[in-house]
Design a protein around this ligand. Structure first.
Ligand code: B12
Length: 611
């Protein structure tokens, strides 16, 4: 309903640079006497939805549960009120489907994890060349667990078709981590393919003064609303002094603005060169950062580790350099977040720059810190709002693998559990099913969102498919009865139904599985055509369980003799009785018991009338 959308709209609207449409339901639906009921009447709906107009939404509509009366009341509530474009708050934002990292201003430093880059990494290089993504995905989880707010993604290596591999990896990463991505390539086609594959505003790394690069990539970034790193490089000569760098930045920014590319998409690279060969290299960075921030209001970033090339104890130099850059106004850094020292420095600097209220993030991360570096907990993604990332650490148990969506881990763990003598049904019933139910609870508590739900469901299915052939087959000889099974219309949940189907066929029943989202008409038609003894219906949502009642009604109307049993997480015994179903079970073992009882009953009669 409108209340549930308020926080999201407040968060998104100031950053939306296009007309914003809000379409709430008339509240959260309840099931009453077999009917889905929406609680909000027209007046309440109108009063609550009109608030979005005050925030700057351009179009207001009504979704589920609203009627022409709701829309009329809403029209009246906002009549005569002119649309006011909200003030766009300016800063550069990098987003994923569920996270926003604001870069610049007084927002915390955004650490851009640099590890997904095949240079100097033979394992990653070989995998990418073979089209494999698991090492890249592992590096992603590891960096997020260490505190990266954004992940740089670079697949540039010999014999890697970047335009094909980059979007594929982007797809893989979307399901794995919530952190927004920074697409890093020299290949403009790969960057464009990556942007199309990405459901958010990815950061593009980078646009330099190389002839034609701005002309080619600028419009693509503008089209996707993708911020980009502006690299002050022109021709072959490196700009050593701050004045040289700022001259190039100014020319490139002017060019971008003249092309209609908005300023809020530009993140300037302050260009860290090597201090051991150019002693003034760090100073040039501080000046560039300060000038960009103070004179032009432009956020800056840099690739940190170049600064210490050729020196011993590079981490010391890198982290000190980072603190000094942050003091000059640096907004983002491309670095290795697995470096404890670096993250300690960044978190401490946030406190000193008064950007960590009550030192909350620092205390949460380092309350247990001890000299020598022990006891510092890994930092939560620095530029991000709090919240868990499911695949952040490798799973250590079967259940955790489902909860975290660790597909690769699950297969190995199932093999190990089977080898140690645990039966397939113990694994399914004792580990996998409780885990997917915990996923559901996390979703209810808003700890998980749809991408995590999907990843866990896929992981569960993988485990189920692996166990399926091993679940004991108790059938022999003639079928014990014919059962038509389906998930009802509007519902695509099929894991429970599949388990019930498997159990029934393992107990000798002939099972006709009609799949998911099946209309009552088809279910009853198939039961009649196949002279089924039993119809088994599954529903997982309050909005779809009412379709079970339709099926019972149609079965009676068409004189079909099949008995109907129902199940699925939301279905209860009382509901089954209320719709006139003949049987119910809360799980697959009970489904087999019910099937035996109902086949017996159905076989005792040829049509419903004479039973
Ligand atoms: C995994 C999952 C998904 C997966 C499904 C993947 C798949 N291939 O099935 C995905 C991500 C696709 C999904 C999508 C959605 N989901 Co969903 N999903 C779940 C989740 C977490 C687990 C369901 C599950 O598989 N459980 C494990 C199986 C083994 O259990 P089961 O189905 O209950 O089956 C057992 C018994 O019930 C019984 N049984 C089942 N069928 C039958 C049939 C008979 C005849 C008998 C006798 C017994 C029986 O035996 C089974 C074995 O023991 C539940 C949470 C929950 N608590 O159930 C939410 C949940 C069902 N989903 C929900 C929602 C809202 C959605 C979405 C609308 C989300 C969205 N915003 O888009 C969509 C729906 C799309 C659609 N039109 O159907 C809600 C439903 C809320 C409600 N009360 O109506 C739940 C409850 C989560 C929540 N708390 O909000 N979902």
């Amino acid at each position: 309903g409108p209340e549930g959308m308020l926080d999201v709209v407040r968060d998104w609207l100031p950053r939306a640079r296009m007309p914003f449409l809000v379409k709430p339901n008339a509240g959260l639906p309840r099931l009453e006497d077999g009917r889905t009921v929406f609680p909000m009447g027209p007046e309440e709906f109108a009063a609550k939805t009109a608030r979005f107009a005050e925030l700057g939404a351009k179009v207001l509509c009504g979704c589920c549960g609203t009627t022409p009366a709701h829309i009329a009341a809403l029209a009246k509530a906002v009549a005569g009120r002119p649309w006011q474009r909200p003030e766009a708050d300016g800063p550069l934002a990098v987003t994923s489907r569920s996270r926003t990292v604001v870069v610049g201003g007084n927002h915390p430093l955004a650490v851009i994890g640099e590890r997904i880059n095949p240079t100097g990494k033979p394992v990653l290089t070989a995998e990418l060349q073979g089209g494999e993504l698991s090492e890249a995905l592992r590096l992603a989880s590891e960096q997020v667990a260490s505190g990266a707010a954004i992940l740089d993604v670079n697949v540039g290596a010999p014999m890697v078709a970047e335009a094909e591999v980059l979007p594929r990896l982007v797809q893989g990463l979307i399901g794995r981590v919530e952190a927004p991505l920074c697409l890093d390539s020299n290949d403009a086609a790969a960057l464009e393919a990556g942007l199309w594959a990405y459901p958010g505003s990815a950061l593009v790394n980078s646009i330099s003064g190389e002839p034609g690069r701005m002309e080619l990539l600028g419009p693509i970034c503008k089209h996707h609303g993708a911020p980009f790193i502006l690299l002050p490089l022109e021709g072959r000569k490196l700009p050593v002094t701050a004045a040289e760098r700022l001259g190039i930045v100014e020319r490139l920014v002017d060019k971008a603005l003249a092309m209609g590319i908005p300023k809020h998409l530009i993140l300037v690279d302050a260009l860290a060169l090597t201090v051991s060969s150019k002693p003034e290299a760090a100073q040039a960075c501080f000046e560039t950062i300060r000038h960009c921030r103070q004179a032009w209001g432009l956020p800056t970033c840099l690739g940190l580790s170049n600064i210490s090339f050729g020196l011993p104890a590079r981490e010391l130099v890198n982290s000190t350099f980072l603190a000094m850059c942050m003091g000059s106004g640096l907004a983002a850094v491309i670095a290795n977040p697995n470096s404890g020292r670096l993250m300690e420095t960044a978190f401490s600097a946030e406190v000193l720059l008064a950007r960590d209220p009550q030192a909350g993030r620092f205390i949460a991360s380092y309350a247990g810190w001890k000299p020598g570096g022990e006891g510092g907990a890994p930092a939560p993604g620095m530029g991000m709002a709090a919240g868990g990332t499911p695949a952040a650490k490798p799973a250590t148990s079967l259940g955790q693998a489902v909860i975290q969506g660790d597909k690769a881990g699950l297969s190995g763990m199932i093999d190990a559990a089977l080898a140690s003598g645990t039966s397939a049904s113990e694994i399914l019933n004792g580990e996998l099913i409780p885990a997917i139910l915990e996923v559901g609870r996390k979703y209810e508590r808003k700890e998980y969102f749809l991408p995590q739900l999907l990843l866990s469901a896929e992981t569960m299915r993988l485990g189920f498919d692996r166990l399926k052939p091993l679940l004991a087959d108790a059938s022999d000889g003639e079928a014990a009865g014919r059962i038509v099974m389906a998930t009802v219309e509007g519902d695509i949940h099929d894991m429970g139904k599949n388990i019930v189907c498997l159990m029934l066929s393992n107990h000798g029943y002939e099972v006709v599985d009609l799949g998911t989202d099946v209309p009552a008409e088809r279910i009853v038609g198939e039961a009649l055509d196949r002279d089924a003894d039993v119809i088994g219906l599954s529903a997982l949502m309050t909005t779809t369980m009412v379709r079970m009642a339709d099926t019972v009604r149609l079965r009676d109307e068409r004189g079909c003799r099949a008995r109907i049993m129902v199940g699925g997480a939301v279905v209860t015994d009382a509901f089954a009785v209320s719709i006139g179903a003949d049987g119910y079970s809360e799980d697959a073992v009970g489904a087999v018991r019910e099937a035996a009882r109902l086949v017996g009953a159905a076989r005792g009669c040829q049509s419903l009338e004479n039973c």
